[in-house]
Design a binder for this molecule. Sequence first.
Ligand SMILES: Nc1ncnc2c1ncn2[C@@H]1O[C@H](COP(=O)(O)OP(=O)(O)OP(=O)(O)O)[C@@H](O)[C@H]1O
Length: 635
Amino acid sequence: MTDDTGDDAGDDPSDDATAVEDLSVDRFHEALEAEERPVATASEVARRLGTSQASARDALGALVDRGDVDRLDVEADPVVFYPRDWGALASRERVVTFPKRREIVVDRPTQYTRARLSQFANLVDTTGTEPGTRGYLYRIRQEDVWAAPFDDADALVGALRSVLPRRYEHLEAWVRDQWRRAHRFRLYTHADGYVVLEAASENLMGNVADQHLDDDHLRAPISDTEAWVNETAVAAVKRALYDAGYPVEDDRDLETGDPVEIDLTTDLRDYQETWVETFLDRKSGVYVGPPGSGKTVAGIATIAAVGGETLILVPSRELADQWREELLEHSAVDPADIGLYHGGTKEIRPVTIATYQIAGMDRHRSLFDSREWGLICFDECHHVTAPVYSRTAELQSKHRLGLSATPVSETGSEEEIYTLIGQPIGADWDSLFEAGFVQEPEVEIRYVPWREEMARNEYAAADGRERRRLAAENPAKVEEIRYLLAAHRDKKALVFVEYLDQGAAIADALGVPFISGETPHHERAELFRRFRADEEAGSSDGGSATDDDLDVLVVSRVGDEGIDLPNAELAVVASGLGGSRRQGSQRAGRTMRPTGSALVYVLATRGSSEEEFAQRQMRHLGRKGVRVRETNVAE
Ligand SMILES: Nc1ncnc2c1ncn2[C@@H]1O[C@H](COP(=O)(O)OP(=O)(O)OP(=O)(O)O)[C@@H](O)[C@H]1O
């Protein structure tokens, strides 16, 4: 271990006394800001404060003793210092920019700053445990710039400048470049009724469009910069150009819906108000929150605020009826203004609720395609299947709203949802748990259906141990694991399995390592080290994961044998429900940190003996005072 000593230790010692007295956490923070790094060595702090390295080190040592700053000794490197908690730095808002990474850390952001940032940046993470002391990490991604609700690049850059402490030329240039990309292609309706793709230059039409579009996407060129679009390929054209980095503006003319009068009768909670305001600003987005967090109610408030004809798409008829009831409960809408469009009922009203199934069918297409909806709301949007996506992508609407407990679709691609609906809004689950609106369970049992006919049949035909194994290895569990990891992407997770084949298959599907009894000891030790590494590395590189870090491990029984992974915050028990009760609660215990913030999800195949085991285990845990919740996963 090397200390950060010596380089300028010979400075005038009279500096030292003043520096030690002077160095407040605030000044340390200013030094970090100037360095554009979340950590700093004593030499760097000394340079920024204009004092000697030795005195800076002493002053930092004093801050460490007071508990405001932490230090990390990195082998063969100088010691680095970093604030223990961004939130403990000051009671006022603080914005630190890392322009190269296009990241912004805001400590105690005001509502204004959060609202502004949400227009052009994505909330990646929050740190700290108390709501009032949280640090917020935002990242500006290209799709955030593309979807930013501004009239022009100047207005967007103006918004950027209004929250950042100073100007960042490169960052602004990048933002302008991304903005430009999003305004190079446009679709419009020709006076004769057909759809035209227009490029900003001949070169774009010749190179970009030619390279990325298929022959059947365009019918014929109209000019050097315009082409006649095959009307069944509108969505495909939008998708292909989006993937090429050129999102298309859609200015097609469609029949305009009538205004709708709906008064909300329920008072929104603060966070719901923020969701709705953010949505109105952006005109599109996905409300992402845990089950029961009030997405439907926020959706109804959005319908009321938009006040235009609304199409609500839901996965099942039952949900269509439920939506109708919720609309009546939370708003003063006239029941005659709500139409149901599914199965035998085919009503189009100011607020129409239809199933995805109908929306994806060719013969109902014109009903949806021929008008411009004020708002389309995609409920449970992660369940939307690919054909429905391509169909609804062509639906024209002024506003698109998705509701989801996870932004990841069943095809495993969140890009799809972001492209077709909009950016996630309100993904900060922990604050909902903290505010007590939604109770975070300690253990949640999720009953997973069979999704593959073959697996279900095999199960039905088997017996004894084989039957138990097949229930344990239900392939639908893989999607469920993916979903849970995505919903908690900032948490370190362990996935426990009983069977080696299953472990290997899950690890393969997720692209993460699998540790079993067959894994050589040194490899196992190395993987555990990388899983634990983040906490330490987090302080030396500002929390961004290095290539070496592991966030997810699939572990077979060996994981149960007293290994110590204190930073695991999430456990998914994919199989092993036939095991002893002791083993079950041990698995739960493994991830329960002293703070009690770990979550355990137990997956049980619906209609199998796993269900019974899970319930028995649940009663056992319940008696021990553990909060347990049961959830049925939709088919
Ligand atoms: N602002 C509010 N005031 C009072 N009750 C509310 C409010 N928002 C939501 N609720 C209630 O909380 C419960 C959950 O709300 P809601 O159905 O909107 O959640 P959700 O996130 O859509 O849930 P799910 O994902 O299960 O569909 C409902 O009983 C609803 O009436």
